[in-house]
Design a protein. Structure first.
Length: 346
């Protein structure tokens, strides 16, 4: 914000990150002079909630928060006002231009997202808890015989989500993926009433939500002894995941981290069967910066929390993905998801 007097924040996730406010209607004038000059605006539904969650900021109760804050920015000593152009529609931008006649508006996309990429110790602690809820729920599911022939993908997804809540999660971090048999070759398959069968690969991609932060983990198991091709496929993906995790170090180019894992798969002749990026940032959103992929830009820094999730998918047969949530650290990354990465024969 060095060239701005203030930033008008309208992305609700960014507002939560900056202030702790969790309501569904808000705008924030983040002043360069700090909290004493900053203002949170929300509507009457959240008057008491805002007072409890954001006691240290001035609060306004108005429905047209962005327009009110932009219109009053000049009176607060603002001459150059940044706004989140990546979160504002064309129509809303016209309204801001009209309201902010006394100040110069400047596009400022992604400023808060850049701050959010690096997690502090408190954020990592919440992420660790979210990952633990998912680990514990999966362990319970296995112990209860929840992965067995005859159950449907949809039943297992609901079972897993219920177990995460029982362990303390607010809910699932995203729609749980349970994909059995040929469905496991669909990267983002949505659970159906299809039943599991002996010999199936079963891919489970799931996470827990805790304190606003998301966890993300994928495990692939086999019902019964694996066929030779299933074991070979699993071992290939496991080797790629090890390579990707090892490359996720401070200062590493995100495209190079992707390449470390992708090369393992490409060298085995399966490059075309790995159609997505290696991973993504995770935090207050399940998908956030940085993006680990062939076209990704930027470098990793200590404190970034990312997924490492290579996958190989053989259409009509089955697929394998192994995913962990890790914190980038000096030395090897810190694993927040702790479930074994060995092939489980159920």
């Amino acid at each position: 914000m060095a060239e701005l007097d203030a930033l008008l924040v309208t992305n609700l996730v960014n507002i939560r990150y900056l202030t702790g406010f969790t309501g569904s209607s808000a705008a924030l004038l983040l002043h360069a002079d700090g909290d004493a000059a900053s203002v949170l605006c929300t509507d009457g539904r959240y008057d008491q909630q805002a007072a409890a969650e954001v006691p240290d900021l001035e609060r306004l109760i108005e429905r047209s928060g962005p327009l009110v804050l932009a219109g009053g920015a000049g009176a607060r000593g603002v001459r150059r006002l940044g706004f989140e152009s990546d979160a504002v529609t064309v129509e809303a931008h016209s309204g801001l231009v009209e309201a902010a006649r006394a100040v110069a508006l400047h596009r400022a996309p992604g400023l808060v997202q850049q701050l959010r990429m690096v997690k502090d110790e408190a954020e990592v602690a919440v992420l660790r808890a979210a990952c633990a809820f998912a680990d514990q729920a999966f362990a319970d599911l296995l112990a209860a015989g929840g992965l067995r022939p005859g159950r449907t993908e949809r039943e297992i997804a609901l079972d897993l989500e219920t177990r995460m809540r029982r362990h303390g999660a607010i809910g699932p971090a995203f729609e749980t993926i349970v994909a059995a048999g040929a469905h496991s070759a669909i990267p983002h398959h949505r659970p159906t009433d299809a039943t599991l069968h002996q010999g199936d690969l079963v891919k489970l991609d799931f996470g827990a939500l805790s304190g606003g932060y998301h966890s993300d983990m994928t495990r692939t198991v086999v019902l019964g002894p694996p066929a030779a091709w299933q074991r070979e496929l699993y071992e290939l993906v496991a080797a790629a995941q090890v390579a990707g995790r090892a490359a996720a170090l401070p200062g590493a180019d995100v495209a190079a981290v992707d390449a470390a894992a992708r090369t393992v798969i490409t060298d085995a002749g399966r490059g075309d069967d790995f159609p997505h990026g290696l991973g993504h940032g995770v935090g207050l959103q399940i998908h956030e910066a940085p993006a680990l992929g062939p076209t990704g830009t930027g470098v990793l820094a200590a404190g970034m929390t990312v997924t490492v999730e290579p996958g190989v998918y053989l259409v009509g047969r089955g697929g394998v993905r192994i995913e962990d949530t890790v914190v980038v650290c000096d030395g090897e990354p810190l694993l927040l998801t702790r479930t074994t990465r060995e092939l489980l024969e159920i």
